[in-house]
Ligand binder design. Structure first.
Ligand code: PGA
Length: 252
């Protein structure tokens, strides 16, 4: 059985005080859930990671980062390396989020370097892919997602894929309140799984966790997660309220 996961991407939100409080609340609510096989992760801003590492129980809540540098170390002003994150207690890194691709011009080559560094430093990878609205309107969403995976992810070995989760996030659904329909999500997730199968075979495809992201909230999560190929969510806005976020975890 593949791992089901709900991960919260806080983006550039919360002060250190508010973020610490949010992490504490999430931690407590997750603890209250008792024994669950659903993996829960939070990705606060870089500045909060060291503090929050000491707040959460790492057995229950995985600490993730939203990005890392594409280089190992050196004269890269303002960057944070994968090894620095690992030393802070970070367990997973989100790479290839559409906001990084579009606002910060991260291309396939840059993303490939980041993917390699995350895995080299023994962290899990949450690799984002997804089409923009115009691409969906043209009906080329499958080609776009295929290219994103082929160019920055499918160079990995089958063993490395073990530490990789894929997040399908249609860009037109991120922060817009417009969620992909459960059918649209399932269709793309099944397609992504078929690509993993073609490249790595049945067993890797069956064990790869594929998350959905884009205006996922407590009211639509269970419908999305009830699809056979949707293994959880990458949550933005709704991850900023502990009740909503854990409500999404509960909707499995
Ligand atoms: P959203 O963001 O839930 O606010 O749409 C999702 C994401 O960008 O990961």
């Amino acid at each position: 059985m593949r791992k089901r996961i709900v991960a919260g991407n806080w983006k550039m939100n919360t002060s250190i005080e508010d973020g610490s409080k949010l992490a504490e609340e999430v931690s407590k609510l997750v603890l209250d859930l008792g024994n669950t096989d659903i993996g829960v992760a939070i990705a606060p801003p870089f500045t909060h990671l060291a503090t929050i590492a000491n707040i959460i129980d790492s057995e229950k809540v995985c600490l993730a980062a939203q990005n890392c540098a594409s280089e190992e170390s050196g004269a890269y002003t303002g960057e944070v390396s994968a090894s620095m994150l690992k030393k802070l207690g970070v367990d997973a890194v989100i790479i290839g989020h559409s906001e990084r691709r579009s606002y910060f011009k991260e291309d396939h080559a840059t993303l490939t370097k980041k993917v390699n560094l995350v895995l080299k430093h023994n962290m899990k990878l949450i690799f984002c892919c997804g089409e923009v609205l115009d691409e969906r309107d043209q009906g080329i969403q499958n080609d776009i997602v295929k290219k994103q995976l082929e160019e920055s992810l499918f160079h990995l070995s089958a063993e490395e894929m073990d530490n990789c989760r894929i997040a399908y996030e249609p860009v037109w659904a991120i922060g817009t309140g417009r969620t992909a329909s459960p059918e649209q999500a399932q269709e793309m997730h099944a397609f992504i799984r078929s690509l993993v199968k073609t490249k790595y075979g049945d067993s890797v495809a069956e064990s790869t966790t594929i998350l959905y992201g884009g205006s996922c909230k407590p009211s639509n999560a269970s419908e999305l997660f009830s699809n056979p190929d949707v293994d959880g969510g990458l949550i933005g806005g709704a991850a900023l309220k502990a009740d909503d976020f854990v409500g999404i975890v509960k909707s499995f």
